[in-house]
Design a protein. Sequence first.
Length: 123
Amino acid sequence: MYTEKVMDHFSNPRNVGEIANANGVGEVGNASCGDIMKIYLKVEGDVIQDVKFKTFGCGAAIATSSMVTELAIGKTIDEALVLTNQAVAEALDGLPPAKMHCSNLAADALHEAIKDYREKHPA
Ligand code: FES
């Protein structure tokens, strides 16, 4: 049912935890399943230097959180803002259709964290 990449990121999630001096934090929840994802960003000069996450959710939510942190690190905030749930799912070689909503959580939490950063650091 799950690809090897999903199982890998679920079993060995990358970048788990929080960033003490994060300058952008985003949290989203899924009303139907009750899962919650929180993403912490360390942005310097418009580039995402570090990303950490905490997810209380299903295996697919953990795998997509882990993948979204890997995709976001090193990107500018503009590049990270266009990362879609589809891109996260593709980077994991796909998710079962019933689990696609879990990848929305990852991209949405990242976008919320960037929004928070922008509000705190107006250009
Ligand atoms: Fe809730 Fe996957 S079942 S995020």
